[in-house]
Write a protein that binds this ligand. Structure first.
Ligand code: FEO
Length: 395
């Protein structure tokens, strides 16, 4: 058996999860520029032991070997499933096969998912509700229901004596760098990116979860992706702002262009916004990372979408970002769509159809034939000034 370094992050609490240095994409959608981790935590009480969350399929053996460096796998009493998604629950069948006595702890909805996804039998599941506790002997696990963060069954686990919160995906970040928050320089950028990709659609549920955490003394936040926060206020403060939907005087500009006409329109808009002192984050879809766009959706007031017509509709590469603007439910207030076509339009109509169900107020849309004329540029400058005034709350 291999020997691994197993970090004791607090007295009798061990990090036994893994870093996945080879994972480049999550959910077949989100690029992972710094890869990710599947954090799993072993809590040793005087009488009982518990594992909080497991790891992605493919890492079961490594997890079992790490656990075995601290206790015999057969002596593990509980496996806490905060979340049923396979990146945290994928090793449950492997562990429960090798330890026939351990019980799975999860919420009622989690129980149903454990049976469906992992074929765990009813008698091996202990269902917990909000506020329930399990005593391990000098270590008390308290369960906090926190649904929809990120699936309907999710909960947090709080280790009372060590004041550690295990929130699984919530407060997570896809980066394999470092072990603690102060070791990763860009941690809040990665946490914000993760929030935009995963948590932003569930801001209401996040607000309720933060409310539940308000009166709990937390000294360490140990999520299941990315570094552990020894400075919990760092991520708590950021989440308060992101969940509240606090926006900056900032426009997110996302575009694609085939023969530079749409790009020319976009650049006129960008220069106008900058001259009006509006912060701009600019992404050319053909060479952008969708995770960066999600990150900047978290606190932008407005979106400017530039997309040419291809065969009567939007350029296909622009459809995914437009769809994400709709489903990620960012706190955007205003929008503009700019477009050029060769012989027949359609991109603006399709973009507006996608964005119609959102709460974004359309400040303007312009669709031009071929390259924009001087008159078109003037219209864009005017539209940019209107958008700036809206962002600044002047109109
Ligand atoms: Fe990291 Fe929703 O799983």
């Amino acid at each position: 058996m291999k020997r691994y370094s197993v970090l004791e992050l607090s007295e009798n609490v061990f990090l036994v999860g893994v870093k996945d240095w080879n994972r480049k994409v999550f959910d077949a959608l989100i690029p992972l520029p710094q890869e990710t981790t599947y954090n799993s935590y072993l809590v040793i009480g005087k009488e009982k032991t518990a594992l909080v969350d497991t790891v992605n399929p493919g890492f079961e053996k490594k997890l079992a070997e790490k656990i075995s460096q601290v206790i015999e796998l057969k002596s593990l009493d509980y496996i806490v499933m905060n979340h049923a998604e396979p990146d945290h629950a994928g090793a449950i069948p492997y562990l429960m096969e090798r330890n026939k006595e351990a019980l799975l702890i999860t919420t009622e909805k989690g129980s149903s998912m454990a049976k469906t996804f992992y074929k765990v039998s009813e008698e091996r599941i202990k269902t917990v509700k909000d506020g329930d506790i399990i005593e391990l002997g000098g270590k008390t696990l308290k369960f906090i229901e926190a649904p929809w963060l990120h699936w309907p069954e999710t909960m947090f686990t709080y280790l009372v004596e060590n004041k550690i919160l295990f929130p699984c995906d919530f407060f997570g970040a896809h980066t394999a760098f470092g072990f603690f928050d102060d070791e990763v320089e860009e941690i809040l950028i990665f946490a914000k990116r993760y929030f935009g990709e995963i948590m932003m659609p569930f801001r209401n549920m996040g607000r309720k979860a933060l409310e539940k955490l308000k009166d709990i003394k937390i000294e360490i936040i140990a999520p299941s992706h990315g570094p552990i926060y020894k400075n919990p206020e760092r991520i708590l403060g950021a989440y308060r702002k992101w969940i509240a939907g606090e926006t900056k005087e900032k426009a997110l500009v996302v575009y694609i262009s085939m023969w530079n006409s749409t790009e020319e329109m976009i650049m006129t808009m960008v220069e106008t916004l900058l001259s009006e002192k509006i912060e701009v984050d600019l992404y050319n879809i053909s060479n952008s990372d969708i995770g960066d766009i999600a990150k900047d959706l978290v606190d932008s007031s407005a979106i400017v979408f530039g997309v040419p017509t291809v065969l009567g509709g939007m350029h296909p590469l622009a459809i995914t970002p437009a769809y994400l603007v709709k489903v990620l439910r960012p706190p955007l207030k205003y929008g503009v769509v700019l477009s050029s076509y060769g012989w027949g339009g359609g991109a603006v109509k399709q973009a507006l159809e996608i964005l119609r169900p959102t709460k974004i107020e359309l400040v303007g849309a312009l669709e031009v034939k071929g390259p924009p004329s001087t008159d078109d540029h003037e219209k864009i400058v005017e539209m940019g000034k209107q958008l700036s005034n809206k962002i600044k709350g002047l109109s």
